[in-house]
Design a protein around this ligand. Sequence first.
Ligand code: GLU
Length: 526
Amino acid sequence: MLITIENLSLHPKTNDKMNNVRVRFAPSPTGPLHIGGIRTALFNYLFAKKYKGTFILRIEDTDQTRYVANAEQYIIDALNWCNIPFEEGPGKNEKFGPYRQSERKHIYKQYVEKLIENGKAYYAFDTNEELDFHRVDHEEKGKTFIYNWHNRAKLTNSISLSKEEVAKKLANGDKYVVRFKMHEPNIEETEATIKTVDMIRGDVSFRKDILDDKILFKSDGMPTYHLANIVDDHLMEITHVIRGEEWLPSLPLHIALYDAFGWKAPEFAHLPLILKPVGKGKLSKRDGDKLGFPVFPLAYKNEETGEISRGYREDGYFSDAFINMLALLGWNPGTEQEIFSLAQLCDAFTIERVSKSGAKFSPDKTNWFNQQYMLLKSDEELASLYMTILAEKDIKKDKEFVIKVVSLIKERATFVTDFWDLSNFFFEAPTTYNEKAVKKQWKEDTAELMKELIGIIESVEDFNSLNFETKVKEWITAKEIGFGKVMQPFRLSLVGELKGPHLFDIAEMIGKEETINRINKAIHAL
Ligand code: GLU
């Protein structure tokens, strides 16, 4: 039998446990969301929708040194713009709230105390200076200092100190951290590996004895990411943790923590990295700056430095095109289909089709998606968008007219912001004429020909594109001159350049009088 992804079934547990799916997007509000972050949010959203579950937003703001005030609002705005709003989170359906970790401080302490009580965690009083000393000392000997089962009995903590000494230190208000007892060789000699199943990667195992005793809690009353993350996922009844690959190294610790608490761990899926357009490595903001594309969904102003970063929204991308592009970064439907509406994505998405290897980001492909969505959108919708740009230029035209313009030019545009360059001549007469084109196309006898053309125009009674074109063609054929001899200077007169849609369509749109005016203007100017 041919083994395909479908019948391989990497994660039997997920197949029969898709009732009441609860997934969370858990960003740290340290700045704007990167493309990778919004892709993580999207895959969580699609997974939730696919199984009629709940998509939750939790703000992981325990690291106050990296906290940025406007970042949470940015995250919410970005989800909304992408049309993937959270259903439960800060200020919305708060049944497991609060959803900001800084507002849950009181919760974590009791859990860390439980771990200390049952011997799974311990107080450590080592100062930074002492730890630095050990690090340097190890380096000098060509070793790496890892705080774990090797040396914990020799360091300053509640394992090496007597109960009385510990109590004294705590009563004294000495600074401490609480560390997790990752590995205990005496008790678990045969269990020095942590094995689990990742929904994307299949079986994964980690050696426990080389991991460090991670800090879970600090004397300032704040938990670290690891403790808060596990406690909250448990209390919020999260069933599936879908997050970036960079968290894979934390997985053994998280599994061990669930174990230490005696809780059932959720299922895990670690999404592949988004790679640079050229070569290897994680896509960074610098790649965007270098190659001229945004790496953030929305523009972002850094309040400290004043620096403004570009965003897909402000750069004129359609959010549905953006989402479609993101969905295919690391996921594929198994068919050739590339264009998916959000509803189709919700239907087609499966975690089994997310790849293990990194997904290369392509700015060109992103633009291609935008073009495709441009063609899918109705002229009416595009006209509404264009009318805001026209209004900024103080141009007032009725919607019917703008709809017609859009229908004539949209195939040539990638963004609505391209419309003006492609269509300004529908709204105003050219003020300059392309020099090169004039040199080549405006000959000695051109003015005479243009005057004759005006005569033809005047003779067309029902001035529409087809009638006008027929008349002009008859005239040119009778005169036995080249078509270009008339058409190129005529185009220069109406457009100012040798570009634009069908010329007779332009003439019909701007009307008989304006067409004549523009030709006269060109005769004078050239
Ligand atoms: N707060 C982590 C982040 O910023 C969340 C990681 C996770 O989903 O467990 O990505």
